[in-house]
Design a protein around this ligand. Structure first.
Ligand code: PLP
Length: 473
């Protein structure tokens, strides 16, 4: 690779690279960081400056960068083969990942379909759900019910279930219609929910932690789901949810018991439950999988991001034996084959990284480590309870959303175009921390395995940056 200067890299990037989710006109007026290396919890740019990776390299890194065990596993695999296909052949790394996943996932989830991105993992789940009913003579059960505000990826099917006017308006001709039920969002309660947001700061907790309020909110949303199922279960293939905390939706968390309620309704009305754990899986909620903490067993579990430790593109759609049985049939002529696949399905290098990642969960006791991290975060952010520009702090495990507002009294947001949270996050960059907001929500997404000293440093920077910022009146 060429040895350009930072300015040359930036000029070439501006000339040739189209970045994801990025207003490119604006981008080309800015000087981006060019990240060249990583070391543990740190990213290092082309000028040698070090930053704590507070976004887990967009929610996927688990144990840090240049982790010896994962590096070695990938190198060892490179000494054998980089890629071989799963179409008509098998490979040891993919077999072992599938075996380990079926041991790790809830009871009946024992069959693994590989792909290479979160969106493809979910897209495959949609096709499996529709096919499952089709092959049992119920082709009319082909629709989906999603959770309001959902994000499941950017392929056409996932875009349909997560449709948003802001992101997808030009593509409305491409999406299929999907119904959604309201999310138990404390700060943006659904229309028709009577109670107003609790102002409980002086009582020492955040609105999203207000038990009584959230129980009422949860019951309301589940009631709406039941209404929809009562009239539409006969044409519904599956309910799709991002369990425990909806990430890209704005770090919207679900009260305890909500997911159980969804599971019970799915069973009662005979529709499948698809859990998208692309973001919340692999330790982020303080459980290996978010559904574990709620004792919920979905029919299909979608995994990506953290599965390879954030090293290489790998995704898995893990399904129940029951769903597998419907597709398996004994006769080729039964035409039940799932004709779906991606070229790099089950890539051996990515699978080797995944196996090393799984081992590190045990070796480093990452779940307990992440639970302690969650306590540290919770404790530290209480310092912001009396800050007039913080509407809510929402947390599940090590995933956090700090929602900013112009005024707490009427929950008034900042003018969207002012990019307030983005500016606050920029000020943290000068202190050696990389954080990326969602609108005016500051998102903290430390690696589940982040060292506590680095987490503590990260929290210092975040709290200080918010306290020092002069927010617009
Ligand atoms: C990131 C994400 C996806 C999409 O994953 P990609 O690998 O970017 O395709 C899907 N669902 C959720 C919940 C996500 O956070």
């Amino acid at each position: 690779m060429k040895n350009y200067t930072t300015d040359e890299w930036i000029a070439l990037d501006h000339k040739h690279v189209w970045h994801p989710f990025t207003p490119m006109g604006y981008w080309r007026e800015q000087k981006p960081l060019v990240i060249e290396r990583g070391e543990g919890d740190f990213l290092i740019d082309t000028d040698g400056k070090r930053y704590i990776d507070g976004v887990s390299s967009l929610w996927c890194n688990v144990h840090g960068h240049q982790v010896k065990e994962i590096d070695d596993a990938v190198k060892t695999q490179l000494g054998k083969i980089a890629h071989t296909t799963l179409l008509g052949m098998a490979s040891p790394p993919s077999i072992e990942v599938a075996k380990r996943l079926s041991e790790m996932c809830p009871g009946r989830l024992n069959k693994v379909f590989f792909s290479d991105a979160g969106a493809t993992a979910v897209e495959v789940a949609f096709k499996m759900a529709v096919g499952y009913w089709f092959h049992q003579g119920m082709p009319e059960k082909c629709k989906f019910i999603g959770l309001a505000g959902a994000y499941h990826g950017d392929t056409t099917g996932t875009m349909s279930v997560g449709y948003s006017d802001l992101f997808h308006k030009p593509f409305i001709s491409m999406v299929f219609p999907v119904s959604s039920f309201p999310a138990p969002d404390t700060c943006r309660p659904p229309h028709g929910f009577e109670k107003s947001m609790p102002k409980c700061y002086a009582e020492g907790h955040w609105p999203s932690e207000d038990k009584e309020h959230n129980e009422a909110l949860s019951a309301y949303c589940l009631g709406k789901l039941e209404e929809m199922l009562k009239s539409h279960a006969g044409e519904t293939a599956a309910i799709v949810v991002e369990p425990v905390m909806q990430g890209a939706a704005g770090m919207v968390c679900q009260p305890k018991g909500f997911l159980k309620g969804v599971e019970q309704l799915a069973k009662k009305y005979d529709v499948l439950l698809i859990a998208d754990e692309v973001a919340v899986g692999f330790g982020r909620t303080g459980h290996l999988f978010a559904v574990d903490g709620e004792h919920v067993e979905p029919d299909i579990l979608c995994l990506a991001k953290g599965i390879s430790g954030g090293y290489l593109p790998l995704a898995a759609t893990v399904v129940s034996d029951e769903i597998d049985r419907v597709f398996a049939g004994d006769d080729v002529m039964e035409r039940r084959t799932l004709y779906h696949g991606h070229t790099y399905t089950g890539n051996p290098l990515a699978c080797a990284a995944a196996l090393a990642t799984f081992d590190l969960f045990e070796k480093n006791d990452v779940i307990n480590h992440a639970r302690k991290s969650a306590e540290m975060i919770h404790e530290r952010l209480r310092e912001l309870l009396d800050h007039p520009n913080i509407l809510d702090v929402r947390q599940r495990g090590t995933m956090v959303g700090i929602e900013l507002c112009r005024s707490r009294d009427d929950a008034e947001p900042f003018d969207f175009s002012k990019r307030t949270a983005a500016e606050v996050c920029m000020s943290m960059r000068e202190e050696g921390l990389i954080i990326r907001p969602l609108g005016d929500i500051i998102v903290l997404m430390p690696m589940p395995g982040m060292k506590h000293e680095n987490l503590s440093r990260m929290l210092d920077v975040v709290v200080k940056a918010i306290k020092q910022w002069s927010f617009e009146k």
